[in-house]
Design a protein around this ligand. Structure first.
Ligand code: PEP
Length: 250
């Protein structure tokens, strides 16, 4: 049995005081939620407020990105050691906005995944095709290339710790969700890829999240699919009631 994960990515939204206000509302709304993992990724400047707010709850705090080096002359970057020290447990890596606007390549993503694992952070490794690639029927090829690049050189022990997130770029922030069947088709392809690479035990245990305009209204249909183990949520994670509505999926 795979424990479902509902993760929120706040992107470049919320100050520390806005984060505190969110959690004081959200924690009340999910206090009876059990048997799932809830993760929220605030911006770096709100991590301390977020970590204070979620003490004694089931909520874990993630970052949205990190650099792979431990320390040094890398102006503007944040290292895995600093993230651990700030009390975080997870790190989103390879989000399509990082790939699109900040030039994160598969090679950089691979270095970040390895660095996260080395310092005991759980990577939430994002992959997904854009609209042009989907329309050209290249979805599976793109997914395979991203999986190959991101997972190069990882041991079975490493693979066992990773969370995957399939996020079709055309569905992110557009209000256009993949249908449950479209998402399931790619999730199955991903699990089969992991099965070939790392065997049944790792593949059957791997949590594969769907991301792309997830809402309280469409979460149940997505979660009913065999290979969808949770959601990575952008816009709808910014409001306590909508994110709680997703976390409380039936
Ligand atoms: C995301 O950015 O990871 C995302 C899925 O965003 P949204 O839910 O807003 O589409």
């Amino acid at each position: 049995m795979r424990t479902p994960i509902i993760a929120g990515n706040w992107k470049m939204n919320k100050t520390a005081s806005e984060a505190r206000a969110f959690f004081s509302e959200f924690i009340k709304l999910i206090k009876d939620v059990k048997d799932i993992e809830i993760i929220i990724a605030p911006p770096f400047t709100a991590l301390s407020a977020a970590n204070d707010a979620v003490k004694d709850t089931i909520i874990k705090i993630s970052v949205q990105d990190m650099f792979w080096e431990e320390k040094g002359a890398f102006t503007g970057e944040v290292s895995p050691i600093m993230i651990k020290d700030a009390g975080c447990s997870h790190c989103i890596i390879g989000h399509s906005e990082r790939r699109q606007y900040f030039g994160d390549t598969d090679e950089a993503v691979n270095k970040k995944i390895k660095a996260a694992l080395k310092f005991g952070l759980v990577p939430i490794f994002c992959i997904g095709e854009n609209l042009k690639e989907r329309e050209a029927h290249k979805t599976m090829k793109v997914i395979e290339t991203q999986l190959q690049g991101g997972l190069t050189g990882l041991s079975e022990n490493d693979m066992d710790k990773i969370i995957l997130a399939y996020e079709p770029v055309w569905a992110i922030g557009t209000g256009k969700t993949a249908t449950p069947a479209q998402a399931q088709e790619v999730h199955k392809f991903i699990r089969d890829y992991i099965r070939k690479k790392s065997g049944d035990k790792i593949a059957d245990g791997m949590r594969i999240l769907y991301g792309g305009s997830v809402t309280p209204e469409n979460i149940n249909g997505l979660m009913a699919e065999d290979d969808i183990d949770g959601a990575l949520v952008g816009g709808a994670s910014l409001k306590p009631d909508s994110f709680a509505g997703i976390a409380r999926f039936a």
